[in-house]
Design a protein around this ligand. Structure first.
Ligand code: SF4
Length: 465
């Protein structure tokens, strides 16, 4: 948990925030912390030491919401013993469930939606000592992106929100209902934030948005993700730029070109296809065909040497036959994804797909899920083996958790690399000095998920020569 020593001097309640879900939620937690630190709040490492417990929630599956309800249930005792404790639900589930949370969990004090994070200090102030519940879920409210760049978990990497919301309404997805309409931040705001992050020691940024490929919609002039990448590329101190998530329908040649041409932009696309069957893609309302997707991948591979593609898949979507699933398997073989996130379909209350009959048997969903997981494992293992004997540029993240003589980091293609240190060197001696640095690693071994190698050239090696 992030804390600010200055804030500890103030006598305000101590806050504990637990984050569920995606990177966007983690960033929203940083925005919340920023707004609270500015007003002098401090933070507890443990929920038992906190005066305010906030759960920043995910709504993407019914199951994610059940998990939060169960956590709120188990906090009831704590609240009964200490009635001054403030309990709040933030984010997607707050937006989606609204005052239903108060009805099911009357001991909750605050329900604060996805656009209201910057008002947290004021909302907590209103609750404190007044024994009242507050529901703050403005659907049209402007999002305040103002952030203290020092309030982040990792010194060398940072997420930067470039847009929020989504206008796509894929039939299985709750996001447009809880995050609202698409809204792009101005280029000036983003560039300013990235410059501040670079001044604070950040080397790698990941641009975040539900659909970053449509960045710029609604802004004046011809602003696109590609033009934004060109603005960010020359910023001193930033070595790597990534962006997630890419929607295939909005991917352009111009974006792919910028990945190939700009030295900071990493050769990695997370571009979820979801299914290889055109019939299922149509039911999912994805607005592209399997052939279009394949064409984008071919273009990316021919224009950007060494690019890796990652995807998400849903198996067992309503109406998915064995032939539809075979189309997905075929696409898997054609593209040879670096990694994939594979989910079994489950209806999400409030989405259009709940009107379709959930026709695929649970056992069949499980079988298809396993087939894709096994296939991904096989492809990743084979692709990683091809790396043996090659040199890769790795940005060091820190010590390996499982071995005190090793460090770990990531390649530009987002592969995890664990590497040995020169003989006689201890992890503790070099971890801090190499963290955030680019080093040259020779790959010697691998599994499906990790590359293993040895340090061949680094600022550390140069120091010892
Ligand atoms: S593009 Fe589709 S899946 Fe992605 S957030 Fe928008 S509606 Fe959801």
């Amino acid at each position: 948990m992030i804390s600010d020593p200055e804030a500890l001097k103030n006598n305000l309640p101590r806050v504990f925030i637990k984050t569920f879900g995606c990177q966007m939620n983690k960033l929203d937690t940083e925005l919340s912390i920023s707004s609270l630190v500015k007003k002098g709040y401090s933070f507890a490492e443990d929920e038992n030491d906190a005066d305010v417990i906030l759960l920043n929630t995910c709504s993407v599956r019914d199951k994610a919401e059940h998990k939060v309800y169960s956590q709120l249930g188990s906090l009831r005792d704590q609240k009964e013993k200490n009635p001054a404790l403030i309990l709040g639900v933030l984010g997607c589930m707050a937006q989606n469930e609204g005052d239903r949370i108060f009805k099911r969990m009357p001991h909750v004090d605050l329900v604060c939606g996805t656009r209201m994070f910057s008002r947290l200090p004021e909302l907590l102030g209103e609750i404190s000592g007044n024994n009242r519940q507050i529901l703050a879920i403005d659907e049209d409210g402007e999002v305040n992106f103002d952030r203290l760049v020092t309030q982040r978990q990792n010194q060398h990497n940072a997420f930067v929100s470039i847009m929020r919301g989504c206008d796509n309404y894929c039939s299985y997805c709750i996001v447009p209902y809880v995050r609202g309409r698409e809204f792009s931040r101005s280029v000036t705001d983003i560039v300013d934030e990235v410059k501040k992050l670079a001044d604070d020691g950040c080397k790698e940024i990941t641009l975040l948005g539900q659909n970053v490929n449509s960045y710029g919609k609604g802004l004046k002039g011809k602003v696109t993700l590609a033009s934004l990448l060109r603005e960010l590329d020359p910023i001193d101190g930033i070595e790597r730029v990534r962006f997630v998530t890419s929607h295939p329908k909005d991917m352009t040649k111009e974006i792919i070109e910028s990945v190939g041409e700009l030295s900071t932009v990493c050769e990695y696309l997370h571009m979820p296809v979801q299914s290889g069957s055109d019939k299922i893609l149509k039911k999912m309302r994805r607005q592209y065909s399997s052939a279009h997707y394949k064409g984008l991948v071919d273009m990316a591979k021919s224009m950007v040497p060494g690019i890796k593609i990652a995807s998400d898949f849903i198996v067992g979507f309503p109406g998915e036959t064995e032939e539809d699933f075979e189309d997905t398997v075929r696409l898997f073989h054609d593209v040879r994804f670096q990694n994939s996130f594979i989910f079994k379909y489950s209806p999400r209350t409030g989405t259009a797909a709940t009107e379709l009959i959930d026709s695929v048997d649970e056992e069949i969903k499980k079988r298809r899920n396993h087939i894709l997981l096994d296939l991904q494992k096989k492809i990743s293992t084979e692709e990683n083996r091809k790396m043996h004997g090659k040199f890769v540029e790795v940005m060091v993240e820190g010590g390996s958790k499982t071995n005190a003589g090793r460090l770990s980091g990531r390649t530009r293609q987002n592969q995890i690399v664990v590497f040995n240190l020169p003989e006689g060197t201890k992890q503790a001696d070099v971890s801090a000095s190499l963290s955030g640095k680019l080093v040259n690693i020779e790959i010697e071994d691998s599994t499906d998920l990790t590359l293993f190698g040895v340090l061949r050239d680094s600022p550390f090696n140069k120091m010892t020569h």
